[in-house]
Design a protein around this ligand. Structure first.
Ligand code: ADP
Ligand code: MG
Length: 281
């Protein structure tokens, strides 16, 4: 059974107050089963980020109900919500939000700043997740010496650090060239398929949204359409990190889209399964 991981019921969102009060989400209801890869598309200003922030518990100022694995945000205080977020939800943004004075592994460990584990254990786990996202050997590098795609991979590793069951990705390829963007999106698809992470991908690029199982279009704060995608595309990688020689096989034959048919992106996945599907449900 594929129970709902995220349930939104009648979400309304307003910004501002008095005469400046403006409604930006209108009665948005959406159920997202565990393990789904969902794309949200829509033009700039349609409300995608606002919706994602509400789903992720970053914004509590809305009307309606948000349930995450049946837990109602409204019943949690700020500390409980912060804990649920830290333990269950990985965020990826367009800007990579890395700290350049820290190494890759220290950036990846940021969610564990208050973790009491020994530094060497943190570093070891950070190295595992860096391997998982295709950054083997970059444990001690500085982000400033890496490419945009590699920086986004660090941000993804950071989001994976605490074994999230949900990942929320807000225009994650907005700062990347199209080849690199495809590789990053394929990595998300891979994390969804192999690690069972429920993933919401916000993008305004229709082509990239085609990796998803379902594509929801938002227009002026409302769900305008919803499309089940029976043949999610693969954005094939040559295996080169940030390579420019990646082959785009978006029209590849559907057999290649079968679950678990994906070629490893990192080349070594053994021992790096970061999240057991459903382990936190
Ligand atoms: P998208 O991510 O689809 O581009 P947003 O969710 O960022 O859209 O914005 C939706 C609408 O809400 C836009 O009209 C935007 O101007 C407005 N908006 C977003 N954030 C704020 C804010 N902090 N204060 C006031 N209005 C905002
Ligand atoms: Mg946005």
């Amino acid at each position: 059974m594929n129970k709902d991981c995220i349930s939104l019921q009648g979400i309304n969102k307003f910004y501002g107050s008095g005469q400046a009060r403006q409604q930006v989400l209108f009665d948005v209801s959406l159920d997202i089963p565990c393990g789904e890869l969902l794309s949200i598309v829509g033009t700039s200003g349609s409300g995608k980020s606002t919706l994602l922030n509400i789903i992720g518990g970053l914004d509590r100022n809305y009307e309606g109900t948000v349930l995450i694995q049946n837990a109602n945000y409204a019943n949690m205080d700020d500390a409980q919500l912060a804990r649920l977020r830290n333990e269950n939800i990985g965020f990826i943004f367009q800007a990579f939000n890395l700290l350049d004075h820290l190494t890759c592994w220290e950036n990846v460990c940021l969610p564990a700043l208050f973790d009491r584990r020994h530094q060497s254990a943190l570093r070891e786990h950070a190295t595992e997740v860096l391997d998982r996202v295709g950054l083997s050997g970059k444990t001690d590098a500085r982000p400033s010496n890496l490419s945009g795609g590699q920086k986004q991979r660090i941000a993804i590793a950071r989001a994976l650090f605490n074994h999230p069951t949900i990942m929320l990705c807000d225009e994650p390829t907005g700062n990347l060239d199209s080849d690199t963007g495809r590789q990053i999106i394929q990595l998300f698809r891979d994390l969804n398929e192999h690690d069972g992470i429920t993933l919401i991908l916000v993008t305004h690029e229709n082509r990239l949204s085609q990796v998803a199982h379902r594509i929801v279009q938002i227009e002026d704060g409302r769900i305008a359409s919803e499309q089940i995608n029976t043949h999610p595309i693969r954005l094939e990688s040559s295996g080169h990190i940030d390579g420019t020689d990646e082959v785009d096989q978006e029209h590849a034959d559907p057999e290649k889209n079968a679950p678990n048919a994906a070629a490893p992106i990192t080349g070594d996945r053994s021992g790096h399964q970061e999240a057991e599907p459903g382990s936190k449900t």
